[in-house]
Design a protein around this ligand. Structure first.
Ligand code: ZN
Ligand code: ZN
Length: 390
């Protein structure tokens, strides 16, 4: 178990190493909460009410924030009324402050954070924006994405990918008043972590991002398992990326998500193809067979063709890398991999890490022609990406 001393040291290292300021993350983005329980877990905090007023909270003390129309009602631990306010800024008065948040009074869902918090009533919910250290955020994303117990080189790989996403999407929610949300729309972030291995991997890669030939952070796409071969990005999205090419992956083919199978009736398969534009139903049902030993773009039955990527989306399949075989009244889809298939294959990366490859080799294997630069020292004159048009 991590010691408190280690975590304090981690924060100090980060404060020294991070030159790029704080990241603004919207918390509990997927929850529509009318009540938020704020609880100090270490240090001392000051609640500053707008337009006026303040209160101090120390370790163990709570503030309960309840939305009432466009206003916030703030109560203390013992349900004593404090004030009604337009917004609340919660500032840490000590260097090592941390707090927990629960989106209701039950305490069933509690997450831990560091830094500061801004709260205001917004469109039927309480908007919570956490201003926190980017590296503390990165460690939380790695934890949310991969869980605990992974190989250090794999954790470093995920940390660099999460940081690349952060610095490539800092303007994603700029019109909303924050940088990123904590939902999968941006990157899942369920709060800070005290997992020593993840914190170490984050420290050891502090500031590092993956950049393309244009010095911009790359679109560091990843997925669970590629099935032995990644998909070139132009076969997946409208836009292709030079670094998201087809990669033959020998590492993931025995991993848990390397194979899948699904059986549906011939009738349902034909009905689906007809809905997708197939004009004539083949008399010979074996015409529906299609083998995909290596990834190809389209499934073909007679003169009809449809992208495998489209079939995957329409039918909610685990991957677009599958063969079709008619057996009696059934169609058996035999598939490989799990996920969209572009960029880094997580299960392959885990095997590479266990075989002794470091995170730079792993990243270089899945992303073609990229370099790893340190954002904090502005190595290589890095640029931030432009705002996204969605
Ligand atoms: Zn988002
Ligand atoms: Zn793979």
């Amino acid at each position: 178990m991590i010691s408190k001393l280690f975590y304090s040291a981690f924060l100090l290292i980060l404060q020294a190493a991070t030159l790029s300021g704080q990241v603004k993350v919207r918390l509990f983005s997927a929850h529509n909460s009318d009540t938020i329980v704020f609880s100090v877990t270490s240090g001392k905090y000051r609640l500053e009410y707008f337009p006026s007023g303040e209160a101090l909270l120390v370790k163990g003390q709570k503030g309960i924030i309840v939305r009432s129309g466009a206003k916030l009602v703030i109560k203390s631990s013992k349900d004593h009324f404090l004030t009604i306010s337009d917004s609340v800024m919660i500032k840490c008065l000590t260097g090592d402050g941390s707090f927990s948040l629960s989106p209701d009074n039950s305490g069933k869902l509690t997450r831990f954070y560091s830094g500061e918090l801004r709260c205001k009533s917004d469109l039927g919910t309480i908007l919570l924006i956490n201003m926190c250290d980017p590296e503390s955020y990165i460690a939380g994303v790695v934890k949310a994405e991969g869980g605990s117990g992974r190989h250090p080189e794999y954790n470093k790989t995920q940390a660099v990918i999460a940081r690349t996403y952060l610095y490539g999407h800092l303007k994603r929610h700029s019109l909303d008043g924050f940088d990123l949300c904590d939902d999968v729309h941006c990157q899942a972030f369920n709060g800070t972590t005290n997992d020593t291995m993840i914190l170490n991997s984050t420290i050891e890669t502090t500031g590092q991002v993956i950049v393309g030939p244009d010095s911009l952070p790359i679109t560091a796409a990843f997925h669970s398992n590629c099935g032995g071969e990644t998909i070139p990005s132009e076969n997946l999205w409208l836009r292709g990326y030079s670094y998201l090419k087809k990669v033959k992956d020998p590492y993931c083919i025995s991993s848990p998500n390397s194979h899948w199978s699904k059986t549906i009736s011939v009738r349902d398969w034909i009905d689906y193809l007809k809905r997708s534009g197939m004009s004539t139903e083949p008399v010979d049902k074996t015409k529906l067979n299609f083998s995909q030993p290596v990834r190809v773009v389209n499934y073909r039955a007679g003169n009809f063709s449809i992208p495998f990527v489209q079939i995957r989306t329409d039918l909610g399949l685990r991957s677009s890398f599958f063969s079709v075989k008619v057996k009696g009244d059934s169609v058996i889809l035999n598939g490989r991999g799990y996920g969209h298939g572009a960029g880094l294959c997580q299960e392959g990366a885990m095997v590479m890490a266990s075989k002794g490859y470091d995170y730079r080799k792993i990243i270089g294997f899945y992303y073609d022609g990229v370099t790893i630069k340190n954002f904090n020292t502005n190595e290589g004159n890095l640029k931030l990406s432009e705002p996204e048009k969605e």
